[in-house]
Design a protein around this ligand. Structure first.
Ligand code: SAH
Length: 403
């Protein structure tokens, strides 16, 4: 087995089970490993530390698969995939959608598997996974015999850092339909696994869509009048549809993508109430501009969800991203009626929860409003974060009540 010798002063993270080994931590490469092959990670004294897959083209040259001296074969992949699936057992139900494998945080670095009803969508983020994806697909349909097809959505930018090009298409079984209908929190959604963002849907927000629904129910009880709701960066309407009820006056979805809004409209139709459906608006606009227009027009809302895309892709973009988040949140605060709630998110891994809270505080202060955090939010439990891998905690959010 080829060996990767770790510099003595860089051993600690490996011993503490961090799954990444950067080029700078490597003292010597022995045995000329082929890209994607399995390598042993050893100390300068030659002691076994871990085993993983190798990619000299990536800054993360080894992703660790195990800290035990055990073979990495079909049995190993099957065992690890089953271990991940077992933690999601409670999520298996007809038409359910959830993340079945969450990469590093499920000790399967580089591998994402999402389930949408009868289909799986696989994302290979690294060379090590890319080269094994057909074997992984075979194991997935062996352990999940009710799955009809496995579709690949490896068209995510980070693959570039591994020297990989985007790849999409059927990996195994039946082609998924144009839209897969799934159920989440008593709502129906159509998922376009071929053209949708990520693998089709923002599954990480499922728990927060349920929490949004509970806040709207609470506001329904607190306020006499029907509520006005604003869903910023709505994508296919996930939050708007989750909070739908008869005591809402209007829900406005705003997104830059026409395709996303068209699907949001179709999703809304699937969930329409038998009577007194609120007024639903789907606006294609730049949120930053629209918020200014709303402020000029004196628009007010009772519940605003602000779930922007990732603003900071690395540490160098944090300052600029922070200004973007502050601007957004400032304008949201200005549009809230007294007693209204802002549910605000950042999915930038480079912005910590602590920093995000500070940014939102700055926005609140500038808006001249008074506010309190009612709830701290994070990704749904099917997106676990391995304690040894804090990088996995990218999604953070706050529910802020303003008076
Ligand atoms: N809340 C959504 C996910 C939002 S993803 C859900 O629960 O499903 C972010 C969305 O922001 C994408 O749909 C993208 O099209 C949109 N977007 C990005 N920049 C934008 C901008 N400046 N104005 C409006 N929409 C934008």
């Amino acid at each position: 087995m080829p060996q990767i010798v770790i510099r003595h002063d860089r051993e600690k993270p490996v011993l503490q089970q961090h799954p990444w080994i950067f080029s700078g931590a490597i003292q010597e490469v022995r045995g000329n490993p082929a890209p994607a092959s399995i390598v042993d990670v050893v100390s300068t004294k030659g002691h076994f530390l871990a085993r993983g897959y190798w990619n000299p083209k990536s800054q993360i040259q080894v992703r660790i698969l195990t800290w035990q001296d055990e073979p990495i074969n079909d049995d190993w992949w099957r065992r690890m995939i089953l271990q991940s699936l077992q933690s999601r057992v409670s999520l298996f139900s007809e038409n359910a959608a959830f993340r079945a494998v969450n990469a590093e945080s499920d000790w399967l670095p580089g591998l994402v598997v999402d389930r949408y009803a009868d289909f799986l969508v696989l994302q290979a983020l690294t060379l090590g996974i890319d080269q094994r994806k057909h074997d992984i697909a075979r194991i997935l349909h062996e352990v999940l015999p009710d799955v009809k097809g496995i579709y690949e959505r490896s068209d995510i930018d980070v693959r570039g850092k591994e020297g990989l090009k985007p790849e999409t298409g059927l990996l195994w079984g039946e082609e998924p339909p144009e839209y897969i209908q799934i159920q989440e929190n008593n709502c129906q959604f159509l998922i376009d696994v071929r053209r949708g963002h990520k693998t089709g849907f923002y599954l990480d927000q499922s728990i927060n869509r349920a929490i949004a629904e509970s806040y709207v129910a609470k506001l329904n009880n607190l306020f006499e009048r029907p509520l006005r709701i604003l869903n910023l960066f709505s994508y296919t309407g996930g939050f708007a549809i989750s909070v739908l009820n008869r005591r809402i006056a209007s829900i406005t979805c705003v997104d830059a993508s026409r395709d996303a809004l068209e699907l949001a409209e179709r999703n809304a139709e699937l969930n329409l109430l038998a009577e007194n459906t609120p007024e639903l608006e789907f606006i294609q606009a730049d949120v930053f501009q629209l918020l200014r227009d709303y402020a000029d027009q004196g628009e007010k809302f009772d519940f605003i969800v602000c779930d922007p895309p990732k603003f900071a892709h690395n540490a160098g973009q944090v300052d600029k991203a922070a200004r973007g988040y502050k601007d957004l949140n400032l304008h949201c605060f200005k549009l809230l009626n007294p007693g209204g709630r802002l549910m605000t998110f950042s999915c930038s891994g480079a912005i910590s929860a602590d920093l995000f809270q500070k940014i939102v505080f700055g926005a609140l202060a500038d808006s001249g409003r008074q506010g309190q955090i009612e709830q701290y939010l994070s990704a749904a439990p099917d997106h676990p974060v391995a304690l040894t891998f804090p990088e996995g905690a990218y999604l953070k959010g706050l529910v802020v009540r303003v008076i």
